[in-house]
Design a protein around this ligand. Structure first.
Ligand code: SF4
Ligand code: SF4
Length: 94
């Protein structure tokens, strides 16, 4: 993963059009089958070269809904995020 949408997502749709690389899908296209929005980790670049911080998390109205996660196959990631922040799934917007 890169950033992760957790189960506090209320399916409001505020994040999806903010993503510069179309990494976010809605509940209908969530490959896990969960009824929440989903970030494709192999597309998410954590908004590196696009925005100062992840645009999805800035747009999300639900506190703590979008967190840091493992880098995995993400094509780009923020170098200043620690492995602890990722493994603890800390909110992108504190
Ligand atoms: S962090 Fe940026 S690239 Fe990743 S899903 Fe959110 S908006 Fe898209
Ligand atoms: S903006 Fe937040 S609550 Fe709304 S769909 Fe996206 S992740 Fe879910």
């Amino acid at each position: 993963m890169a950033v992760l949408i957790n189960d506090t997502c209320i399916n409001c749709g505020a994040c999806i059009d903010e993503c510069p690389v179309e990494a976010i899908v809605d509940e209908d296209d969530n490959p896990t089958g969960e009824e929440i929005y989903y970030v494709h980790s192999d597309k998410c670049v954590e908004c590196v070269s696009h925005h100062d911080e992840p645009a999805c998390a800035t747009a999300c109205p639900t506190e703590g809904c979008i967190t840091w996660s493992e880098i995995g196959e993400s094509p780009a990631h923020r170098e200043d995020i620690t492995s602890e922040q990722r493994s603890n799934k800390e909110p992108v917007v504190a």
